[in-house]
Ligand binder design. Structure first.
Ligand code: GDP
Length: 478
């Protein structure tokens, strides 16, 4: 009922008329839940269905199938904090940089490639070094698939930890093949067999125990056995037959983006199909641009980027979001039309999201109060100084609360922050700001999550509106 933004009683009533008697504490099975949702024109997807859909969002079109060429694997490193993700990435990079380049300054662009001898040829692997986990989850939540293979780092002296389990479920849900790097085996107290045991309990059975998960013992710190890890990555990549069509305009995903004071909007793009070139007319998310310059992970200016490679580009008109997809268009005019269209669509989706999410505002509360359905009013109060906080709390306590109880979840001096918005969204609260401002990001988060932030600088106006809402008297337009 909450997710459908529908009163529980409506659902119970509609099921009753179908001959399905249920009470409010009962759990519906999937089929019934789907039926209820579909009646309200909401589509229900199970996690399995979602991951199948994600699998399908690979960036190939029918035309590409004739022109496929193998491409390097794109790898994300995941694992619990302090298990050695950063150290592993660093030492892989160091161990593979040719001695001539050793002194070269590498550029941080959120992704880098390494060259590895494999099966008699020089091959490449691309590592995403945005904080693996978050990038992976954030992008997956948006249906974007950027990773071909996940490396799960588990410290041999510490074992499976909460983030290890989380990483396993993410990789499973996204159907991304996983290779385990059992790290820190140089430590005297390390015990790789115990780790294998613990991983087996999580459903990852090592190959040498008859399972199908590749596990490699490494020491990221000493650089031991990294060759074997890289070898395993390439073997898995071979099985996956990762391919793309380099002979077409590029498409892919924004890995990182920010506004550089001197250079303007800067974005790292992962090319997932086609070839990206300087001069291309691009749309990333809803942002229009023309690729003015590209820099690779070695800090070199380049003219083009082929599938699986990441480059930092200049020339976007604004900052897109990480996880946005990008496409290239034959002309600036066509790109502009698409960008405008996307901007409209994006606005509509946001609007829809904010409407469909459990939108709690003073006016919906007022409407509920009118119906006699409101029992509790959750508030988060932020004010300029502690004195104001206390004054507001004192005055709120004076309001009659026979019908509706005020529950203050948080009352403190300071700006309204994104964390406040998250709390409000999670608990169906309204945020009251008194003589204070919004921290950066708070407004966007509130719009996205459908949270009502009310700002006041006169205390009786604040009290008036809250009392009005509790009594169901607030104008719905407010
Ligand atoms: P992250 O949080 O997963 O990125 O972990 P870090 O790479 O920052 O490593 C955490 C700590 O473990 C650091 O002090 C590293 O020096 C240490 N460490 C990482 N790998 C190894 C290893 O193979 N052996 C040993 N002995 N220490 C390691």
């Amino acid at each position: 009922a909450q997710r459908l933004n529908t009163p529980e009683t409506d659902i119970i009533r509609s099921l009753f008329f179908k001959g399905i008697p249920v009470n409010i504490t009962q759990t519906l099975d999937l089929e019934t839940a789907k039926m209820v949702a579909e009646e309200l024109e909401v589509i229900v997807e199970t996690p399995e269905e979602t991951s199948a859909a994600v699998k399908e969002t690979e960036m190939l079109d029918a035309d590409d199938l004739e022109n496929l060429q193998l491409r390097p694997p794109v790898v994300t490193i995941m694992g619990h904090v302090d298990h050695g993700k950063t150290t592993l990435l660093d030492s892989i990079r160091k161990s593979t940089v040719a001695s001539g380049e050793a002194g070269g300054i590498t550029q941080h662009i959120g992704a880098y490639h390494v060259d590895v001898e494999h099966a008699g040829k020089q091959q490449q692997i691309v590592f995403l070094d945005t904080p693996g986990h978050e990038a992976f989850t954030a992008m997956r939540a948006r249906g974007t698939r950027v990773t071909d293979i996940a490396i799960l780092v588990v410290a041999a002296d510490d074992g499976v930890q909460p983030q290890t389990k989380e990483a396993i479920s993410h990789a499973k849900a996204a159907q991304v093949p996983l290779i385990v790097a059992i790290n820190k085996v140089d430590k005297p107290d390390s015990n790789p067999d115990r780790i294998k045991q613990e991983l087996t309990e999580q459903g990852l059975v090592p190959e040498d125990w008859g399972g199908d998960t590749t596990m490699v013992n490494v020491s990221a710190l000493k650089g031991d056995n990294l060759d074997e890890l890289l070898e395993m990555i390439l073997l898995v990549a071979e099985v996956e037959e990762l391919s793309a069509n380099p002979n077409r305009p590029a498409k892919g995903t924004v890995i990182e983006a920010n506004l550089d004071r001197n250079r303007g909007p800067v974005a790292t793009l992962l090319v997932q199909n086609g070839t990206l070139r300087v001069g291309d007319s691009i749309v990333a998310g809803s942002v229009l641009g023309k690729v003015r310059a590209m820099v690779d992970d070695m800090g070199e200016k380049v003219e083009e980027a082929t599938p699986s490679f990441a480059v930092e580009i200049l020339g976007l008109n604004d900052v897109p979001e990480a996880g946005d997809e990008f496409d290239i268009y034959p002309s600036e005019r066509e790109a502009r039309v698409v960008a405008d269209q996307r901007a409209i669509e994006q606005r509509d989706t946001r609007l829809l999201q904010s409407l469909s999410s459990r939108r709690i505002s003073l006016s919906t509360i007022s409407a509920q109060a009118q119906e006699g359905e409101l029992k509790e009013l959750n508030l988060i109060i932020k004010a300029d100084v502690q004195g104001s906080v206390e004054a507001i709390l004192g005055s709120l306590a004076q309001l009659p609360q026979n019908e509706v109880q005020i529950r203050t979840l948080l009352a403190s001096p300071g700006e309204v922050t994104e964390t406040d918005v998250d709390l409000a969204a999670a608990s169906g609260a309204v945020i009251i700001g008194f003589n204070t401002t919004l921290a950066s990001g708070a407004r966007q988060a509130a719009d996205r999550e459908g949270v009502d932030i009310r700002q006041y600088n006169i205390i009786y106006k604040l009290l008036d509106e809250i009392q009005g809402a509790m009594e169901g008297l607030l104008d719905p337009e407010e």
